[in-house]
Design a protein around this ligand. Structure first.
Ligand SMILES: *Cc1c(COP(=O)(O)O)cnc(C)c1O
Length: 366
């Protein structure tokens, strides 16, 4: 057979495959155990919002019809929530698709994009797939070093990706830091501020980059319904940008990229203030619970503003990850993020967090 590996574009050959969190059903099959706790994919631990379940049940009769490819209703809602024009919005099959569309619209071979070390793996995938170069700035305290990133920008730079808060580390940038960075960035370089965890942040000085969009029209903000709104399985996210950028993104977007159930669910959950408040309150309490538990176990962790936290074992974390699986607890190894001694833990319900802490105590004592 032909070596098809050699046929692939070089950027794709050099990619490490995305490794998702281990699904519960897979661990059940492998170890024959039940009662598994998954704290591996930054999913919402509260289950499908009841408001969404009811709405979707009523919508099941219309699956013969194509979705509204313009996403009119959802865009109306988002536009009024954020006081922007519907023409500034682009809807995606998850915000992952938005990131991918941005790379395909603005990058080609010869161009580059700047990211930070220890940041979301989807950026390299999107950038390298289109044959562009990825420039990685060293992190500072596991977070974005914006000065180091600004220094990497050259005449071929078209895009910068910033996750705020960052995944996997949960580090965050203040509004002042973001503004200071934007003042250094040439006006033609687009800065994607990925705010997947925005709804969880409770930190002084934190702002959404939306507040900077008027001063810096080269900002694209991306958001998702996958985390605080609990709709990861339906795949719906969006970006807010200037209208010209949104027009370009929408030209490349598949006509029916967001399915009808996802559109409806997103509209409904935007009105479900109770679900969001519950998610936020549980997250704050769970973060405190895990921080206290890690401290008690003598494990260093990175203060996190998102819905996950990274904990350090000071030695390769693979065996600890495996031992936790045997205890029925799935977390996330992050060697692919150049953090091989760390594990990333998503905030769960109080009893799930406790299961993790108890399992860790047992595994570390063994
Ligand atoms: C989870 C996550 C997303 C959201 O992905 P979806 O495709 O919307 O589910 C985007 N960016 C970061 C940094 C994330 O961690």
């Amino acid at each position: 057979m032909t070596d098809f590996f050699a046929q692939a574009v070089s950027g794709v050959r050099n990619l490490a495959p995305y490794q998702p969190g281990k699904p519960i059903a897979e661990l059940e099959r492998e170890l024959g155990i039940t009662d598994i706790v998954k704290l591996a994919s930054n999913e919402n631990p509260h289950g499908t919002p009841a408001s969404v379940k009811n709405a979707l049940a009523a919508a099941l009769d219309d699956l013969t019809l194509y979705p509204d490819g313009s996403g009119f209703q959802l865009k109306q809602k988002l536009a009024s929530k954020f006081a922007v024009k519907p023409e500034q919005l682009t809807l995606g099959n998850g915000s992952n698709e938005i990131l991918d569309i941005i790379a395909r619209v603005f990058l080609q071979p010869g161009d580059n994009a700047v990211v930070s070390q220890h940041t979301f793996i989807v950026y390299p995938i999107a950038v390298q797939a289109v044959g562009a170069e990825l420039k990685v700035a060293p992190a500072k305290n596991f977070g974005h070093d914006l000065d180091a990133m600004a220094k990497l920008i050259d005449t071929n730079t078209k895009l910068v990706f910033i996750a705020n808060p960052n995944n996997p580390t949960g580090t965050w940038l203040t509004g002042d830091e973001l503004r200071g960075f934007m003042q250094q960035v040439p006006a033609h370089v687009l800065v994607v501020v990925d705010e997947a965890y925005n709804e969880f942040v409770e930190r002084d000085g934190f702002i959404s980059a939306l507040a900077l969009l008027n001063d810096f029209p080269n900002i694209i903000v991306s958001r998702t319904f996958s985390k605080a709104y609990g709709l990861a399985g339906l795949r719906v996210g969006y970006s807010i940008s200037n209208t010209q950028v949104a027009d370009l993104l929408n030209r490349l977007r598949e006509p029916f990229n967001v399915n009808s159930l996802a559109l409806l669910a997103a509209e409904v959950v935007l009105d479900d203030a109770e679900y969001l408040a519950k998610s936020q309150a549980n997250n704050a309490a769970g973060m405190a619970q895990l921080e206290a538990g890690f401290a008690q176990l003598g494990l260093p962790f990175i203060p996190s503003a998102s819905n996950c936290i990274c904990v350090d074992f000071g030695k390769p974390a693979g065996p600890i990850y495996d031992a936790l699986l045997k205890e029925g607890v799935i977390v996330r190894p992050i060697g692919v993020y150049e953090m091989p001694t760390w594990l990333r833990v998503s905030i769960g319900l109080p009893h799930e967090n406790q299961r993790l802490l108890d399992a860790l105590a047992k595994v570390l004592a063994a």
